[in-house]
Design a protein around this ligand. Structure first.
Ligand code: SAM
Length: 253
């Protein structure tokens, strides 16, 4: 069956995918070509979010859930470039991500990277696995990019976020981004039908308001929940183009 991590890898220009993944990905992008920009924009958001966390926010522990297949700049590479001693735990439930986890375990010698093969629904296993590497009495940077849409029931997704936030101390951060349909209309809805008829797991687009509610108990950082290219863009002569993925970052008070 075509899988999310491998389809995403294909959209990002990677080679860690099978013909069956490429077939669904090609059908998807026939309806909705901007998906390639969406995938890249989300990776760039990850990079800016992790740089902010390791830099200005002084975070030294990261929990990246729904990691995806290794790509050019993974969370530990971004974080450890700023803070070599950073400790990073990756979590995914895709067997191919597990097979490629070695590429994620190339920590700087001053820091640590670890991989936990677990399902986000099972937050106790996620947290117990992460606790082998992270100290949950100290702040954690929790990143969940493009994964909460894979929890079909929105209330369940919110409950999962709440359980994870309950486990981390004050001063921890949460970064989330997920697919929306604010700009794209019918072509994206049709592409989502292709995905949900063929790929595993299914994916539910959310409204920006639903994404904002994940941060309800947190101090939401400026500029709030926005189309991700607008989240603290790097200086550039070009205006960032909005895409149908919204995200933001909050701090646990
Ligand atoms: C769309 S990809 C996003 C990858 C990466 N975070 C990024 O932004 O490029 C979603 C990832 O979440 C993983 N995933 C989906 N449902 C999951 C679950 N219930 N538990 C753990 N991982 C899951 C998939 O295997 C896939 O790697």
């Amino acid at each position: 069956m075509p899988h999310s991590a491998r389809i995403w890898n294909y959209f990002l220009g990677g080679k860690d995918n099978y013909p069956i993944d490429r077939q669904v990905a090609d059908q998807f992008s026939a309806f909705y070509p901007p998906i390639v920009d969406v995938a890249r924009a989300q990776r760039h958001f990850l990079a800016r979010a992790v740089r902010y966390l390791a830099g200005e926010a002084g975070i030294r522990q990261f929990l990246d859930i729904g990691t995806g297949l290794p790509t050019v700049d993974n969370t530990h590479e971004i974080a450890q470039r700023v803070a070599p001693q950073a400790r990073i735990v990756y979590v995914d439930n895709d067997p191919l991500v597990l097979m490629h986890a070695r590429a994620l375990l190339t920590s700087h010698p001053d820091g640590v990277t670890a991989y936990v093969d677990a399902d986000l629904h099972d937050t106790s296993t996620v947290l117990a696995g992460a606790a082998r590497t992270l100290d949950f009495t100290r702040p954690v940077g929790l990143t969940m990019l493009g994964i909460l849409g894979h929890i079909p029931d929105y209330n369940e997704a919110r409950a999962i976020v709440r359980r994870l936030l309950d486990a981390v101390p004050s001063g921890s951060y949460l970064a989330i981004s997920d697919g929306t349909n604010v700009f794209s209309g019918t072509p994206l809805d049709e592409a989502m039908q292709v995905w949900n008829a063929s790929a595993d797991p299914s994916y539910a687009l959310r409204t920006p308001q639903q994404i904002a509610h994940y941060f309800e108990d947190l101090e939401l950082l400026e500029p709030g929940v926005v189309s991700v290219p607008l989240w603290r863009p790097d200086p550039s002569p070009f205006e960032p183009a909005e895409v149908d993925t919204f995200g933001g970052m909050g701090k646990k008070p």
